[in-house]
Design a protein around this ligand. Structure first.
Ligand code: NDP
Length: 347
């Protein structure tokens, strides 16, 4: 066994789930607890988490409901994808100091057993190692495969993106432009709408805040008088209902997320205007980024090449300190994140 690389680190701070949230998570749902570092069995490693990805999906993992991953157990550290360095290893494939990407938790140190999702990454090959949690990780690939394989845009198509200034949405808009599409972004507030035009190259920005379905549908109609060919849906609710009223015949909706209902206290909200799918012979297809796992290499290569050519802007919003895990996570639901939301746990 290799020695611990960071001998000073003996106590593990863990952001644990104590109670299942009812609606928007509150401080009482969590506790920052400490525990001794776990000891290693053969094949296992300890990862010193440097940065955790704060994803809207985490909200779903806090509920005790069937989903694509089991719920976070009460008392466990909150699950998150992290980048970090191997602190100790009894696995010949991982040396101490090696950078890794894995599905771990919001804690100083994660115990990793063989068979889970953990891979070695090259921190020197990218502008910042955090890019593995944003443009070159699941977020970037969600934008890439969700738009190109589910939305299937052609050059000249009008592509509408909700959550357009966010981590996934900002990349979707830029990829659609690379593919020669006209892009309409929907986001909350004047500042975000300015960023859609200035930073992410959207042709039109639509502010959804304070608008009814009718008002938002009218704003989309003004931006796309002939309707939209492709929708990349991150939000649901009012935004999806208004969008459904502006489809072109044969439109494709890539259903990526429904963030407006993740904190609903009255169950799923759903869509009211699905009649429009019949009228417009349109399709709506949900997808999970894991559906494209076998093709991750191909997608990451093209995203990396666009990034290197300066064709993609990839904003990251990194808050510091494990003690700030909850306010940092809540930014996703307030809309105060300016780019891919992450939490720095160690330097
Ligand atoms: P973002 O960086 O887009 O952050 C979330 C944004 O959502 C906020 O900034 C806010 O922007 C917007 N938002 C929050 N609450 C609401 C609301 N009630 N109504 C409208 N907009 C709201 O997060 P991500 O890019 O990480 O995730 C975007 C979506 O993609 C999520 O729905 C997520 O679940 C989904 N996703 C799906 C994956 C898949 O495999 N299918 C994989 C990864 C992500 P604003 O200020 O504009 O309101």
């Amino acid at each position: 066994m290799n020695d611990h690389a960071d001998a000073a680190l003996q106590i593990n701070r863990r952001f644990t789930l104590q109670r299942r949230p009812n609606g928007l998570p509150v401080a009482e749902d969590f506790a920052l607890l400490t525990a001794p570092l776990p000891s290693l069995q053969p094949g296992q490693l300890l990862v010193r988490n440097v940065c955790a990805s704060l994803d809207p999906a985490i909200r779903g993992w806090l509920d005790d409901l069937p989903s694509y991953l089991p719920p976070v157990a009460l008392g466990d550290a909150v699950r998150a994808t992290t980048v970090g360095r191997v602190l100790a290893s009894r696995n010949p494939e991982f040396a101490v100091g090696q950078w890794v990407l894995g599905l771990n938790a919001i804690e100083d140190v994660s115990l990793v057993s063989p068979g889970g999702f953990t891979m070695a990454i090259d921190a020197d090959a990218v502008p910042s190692v955090t890019n593995y949690l944003s443009v070159l990780g699941a977020v970037g690939l969600t934008a890439y495969f969700g738009l190109l394989e589910v939305g299937k845009p052609s050059a000249g198509d009008t592509v509408l993106v909700s959550g357009a200034a966010g981590a996934v949405g900002s990349l979707v808009g830029q990829i659609a432009k690379i593919k020669g599409c006209r892009t309409i972004g929907i986001a909350g507030g004047a500042d975000k709408c300015r960023r859609l035009l200035r930073d992410y190259g959207y042709d039109v920005a639509v502010d959804y805040r304070g608008k009814s379905v009718d008002e938002l549908a009218a704003a989309i109609a003004a931006a796309a008088p002939d309707g939209v060919d492709v929708v990349f849906e991150n939000v649901g609710g009012v935004v999806l209902d208004a969008t459904l009223r502006n489809l072109k015949r044969g439109a494709r909706i890539a259903l990526c997320g429904l963030i407006s209902e993740y904190n609903s206290t009255s169950g799923r909200i759903g869509a009211r205007n699905i009649w429009e799918l019949i009228v417009k012979s349109a399709t709506i297809s949900g997808f999970l980024i894991s559906d494209f796992l076998p093709r991750f290499g191909e997608g990451a290569l093209e995203m990396a090449s666009w990034l290197a050519q300066g064709k993609l802007r990839a904003d990251e919003h990194i808050d510091d300190g494990i003690e700030n895990a909850l306010p940092a996570f809540l930014r996703l639901f307030e809309g105060s994140n300016q780019g891919k939301m992450m939490l720095r746990i160690a330097q």
